[in-house]
Design a protein around this ligand. Structure first.
Ligand code: 3HC
Length: 679
């Protein structure tokens, strides 16, 4: 049965799409739309047309699952042209999210009405693409150059009210009354006739394009798609419509067959797949989470609490001393106030969030919490003590979570009488900002405990990935070989700035040494200035603890701009000489092979051991937790694109340098031998 039906309302033909979940514009939808327009055009008793969607949203775009498959006619650009060419006025009735191809269908329509809650956007750039069904040419004519370039190049949607101001929406109609209001609007439009976007003059000043491109250059670093989007909007300002469309098509085809778009589409689906839990009994009931307890009001505990408060879930936060509690809650308030100052929330929302926070010095106050997250000092003894106490205090059925980033969750669970209620919730710093949440499934974690936390993650707008119990889980476990090799390369002749530069050029937000300086070189340091066994000890002993002390692997000025440090180089040279390493010229290629290939190998070991559910989950961890460039699709997807055989050969080449502890993943070598991929 076609997802498209038509219904007559007097002299108006209403074309209705019903293609759950998001009315993606798959082949059957396109065929149905084309047939609906033909029906309207060929029937003299029909004077106007409405296109609307059933379900939660207007068309949310082309069907991404069709990309890369043989094309099925009619293609979307032709359908949009057909709608626009209809001799009778066509009105789009928009609710939910009119996105990508969906907004392009709406732009093919002659008029658009929307409910106040609707959003309109062209998010193709986030998939490494551009609006390829005329969007880059019609949007500047309808909404103006400035809005068009911003919408296309950032992919961020706008609200109905803003779309109305811009002329992208002709009328805002009552929320419950869209279908009727659109028909009434269509009837009014009969006398005006069709208004084709292609015939409208370009609105606005073309100079806005260059200004926008310059202002956002940093944000777009490494990505191909934003520049292509900008170029298309620029083309619209100087080329006749049909030539602009030809240019858009050419750019679209280049992007869609490129690695970047494949990587970004991989991440789109990977992110959604990550929330699915393997081996969970069908219909597992979730536990209600109406109140959360957080132990520790430091940077982590405060950030974690903010996630829940922002989602309207009350939090009780516990500290050991009043001044630490005051300091922690003070920081939370300042963070909220700075969001309000930037217009991201209202003063009332700040008060509502802070009003739902109960600070206390007593663990006993956690007795009524449905979920308790421990964010105390990273020490097994301390954690066990806390969980032992929680076991006595927490109500039956409460979920007990540790925010540990390395420690054995099974051991922590064993300090309670209810290991089924225990798991890890590893947030990434700053916890109120970073999107990743590693959910650590212990050997005894109950299915409903896991399912509840994975579901809750969505409510607090995190991307959650299930990890097994192993040292450092997925993310930090893979970080370790990278940091170790980076340090070894220093001994062999590379400089911190060379290694960092290779990583930044690869697309990471910062390199291993910049990251160390930001996080604190002293993290995990034994704090004995007389015991100097490696470069790190030596740096810590002379107070080079990173940005917080103004110097670490780099020297920093007051504005935290880094410069290479002769003192650090001296320390490196000293250790290098003592270690007997032969210093040599290190190529950038070797830095990639030595620091990134071992991460892929570690990822493969993680898969092999069942510590991650799927390779794409590992990619999600690295994209959302560590800033791996999304246009490279995460470490496992990246390994697939360069070829697993290349990775294995590279690892073999450096086996001696990796040392005796290096363990090659048999999953990796098997896949490489069979010519298979991870993703
Ligand atoms: N094609 C195919 N499947 C899609 C899809 C699309 N465009 N958009 C969403 N889906 C699927 C999701 O994969 C998910 O499937 P699952 O349930 O099997 O995991 C399901 O629909 C529901 O999606 P979400 O979980 O994301 O639901 P939300 O309610 O959180 O979000 C949304 C809805 C805002 C529409 C979000 O899905 C979204 O942003 N979708 C992508 C929109 C987009 O990028 N459109 C442009 C497509 S490219 C294009 O149009 C090219 C054209 O210019 C030629």
């Amino acid at each position: 049965m076609s997802p498209i039906t038509t219904e007559r309302q007097g002299d108006v033909l209403v074309i209705v799409s019903n293609n759950p979940p998001v009315n993606a514009l798959g082949a059957a939808v396109r065929q149905g739309l084309a047939a609906g327009i033909e029906e309207a055009a060929g029937d003299d008793s029909i004077k106007a047309v409405v296109i609307r969607c059933e379900g939660r949203t207007f068309f949310a775009g082309a069907d991404i699952t069709e990309f890369g498959k043989p094309p099925v006619e009619p293609m979307l650009p032709a359908v949009v042209d057909m709608i626009e060419a209809c001799p009778k006025p066509v009105v789009a009735a928009i609710h939910g999210t009119a996105l990508g191809g969906g907004l392009e269908v709406a732009l093919g329509c002659h008029y658009r009405v929307a409910v106040p809650s609707a959003q309109l956007g062209v998010p193709e750039v986030k998939l490494g693409l551009l609006p390829g069904a005329g969007g880059t040419q019609r949007l500047p004519r309808v909404a103006g150059i400035e809005a068009a370039v911003e919408m296309c190049a950032t992919g961020n949607p706008i609200k109905a009210a803003r779309a109305h101001e811009l002329g992208l929406v002709d009328a805002i109609v009552d929320e419950g009354n869209l279908a009727e209001a659109a028909i009434a609007f269509a009837r009014d439009a009969i006398s005006k006739g069709p208004r084709k976007a292609r015939d409208l003059p370009i609105k606005g000043d073309p100079a806005a394009i260059e200004a926008f491109a310059q202002a956002n250059a940093r944000k777009f670093r490494g990505f191909d798609a934003p520049a292509a989007n900008i170029a298309c909007v620029e083309a619209a300002t100087r080329l006749p419509f049909d030539e602009g469309i030809a240019f858009e098509r050419e750019q679209f085809m280049k992007l869609i067959f490129g690695v970047q778009s494949a990587a970004q589409r991989h991440i789109f689906f990977a992110e959604r797949k990550a929330s699915k839990i393997d081996g969970l009994p069908e219909g597992t009931a979730l536990r209600p989470i109406d109140k959360v307890g957080v132990i520790g009001a430091g940077t982590m505990g405060g950030g974690i609490s903010m996630n829940f408060l922002s989602a309207g879930i009350p939090v009780t936060i516990v500290e050991m001393a009043q001044d630490a509690l005051d300091r922690g809650t003070g920081v939370m308030r300042r963070n909220y106030e700075s969001s309000a100052a930037k217009g991201r929330m209202t003063a009332e929302q700040v008060e509502a969030a802070m009003g739902a926070l109960t600070p206390t010095l007593s663990l006993e106050d956690l007795a009524d919490c449905d979920l308790i997250i421990e964010a105390v000092y990273e020490s097994m003894d301390v954690k066990k003590e806390v969980f032992g106490k929680l076991d006595r205090i927490a109500k039956p059925g409460a979920i007990l979570a540790s925010n540990t980033s390395y420690l054995n969750v099974d051991e922590i669970a064993a300090s309670t009488s209810r290991p089924g209620d225990v798991l890890g919730m590893h947030f990434f710093s700053p916890a109120n900002v970073m999107k990743l949440l590693e959910v650590v499934r212990g050997a005894k974690t109950a299915p409903d405990t896991l399912a509840t936390v994975m579901d809750l993650a969505k409510k607090i707008r995190k991307v959650a990935v299930v990890a097994g119990v192993c040292d450092g889980f997925i993310g930090n476990r893979m970080l370790k070989p990278r940091q170790i090799e980076a340090m070894k390369l220093l001994m062999e002749g590379a400089t911190p700035q060379q290694i960092d530069k290779v990583h930044v050029e690869f697309g990471m937000p910062m390199g291993p040494f910049q990251m160390s300086d930001l996080a604190g070189v002293d993290i995990g340091w034994h704090r004995d200035p007389n015991r100097i066994e490696n470069v790190r000890d030596a740096l810590c002993a002379v107070g080079r603890w990173g940005q917080k002390t103004g110097k670490g692997f780099y020297d920093y000025d007051e504005k935290r701009n880094p410069t290479p440090s002769p003192e650090v180089q001296g320390i490196i040279d000293d250790f290098s000489a003592k270690s007997g390493a032969t210093r040599r010229e290190i190529s950038n290629e070797e830095i990639v092979e030595r620091t990134l290939y071992p991460m892929v190998n570690e990822g493969a070991l993680i898969l092999e051991e069942g510590m991650a559910q799927r390779a794409s989950d590992i990619d999600v961890v690295w994209i959302y937790g560590y800033g791996w460039p999304v246009y490279r699709g995460g470490p496992m997807f990246w390994a697939d694109t360069i070829g697993l055989k290349t990775v294995v050969e590279g690892l073999e080449k450096h086996r001696d340098a990796f040392g005796r502890d290096f363990r090659m993943s048999s999953l990796l070598t098997d896949k490489a031998a069979k010519g298979e991929r991870f993703t």
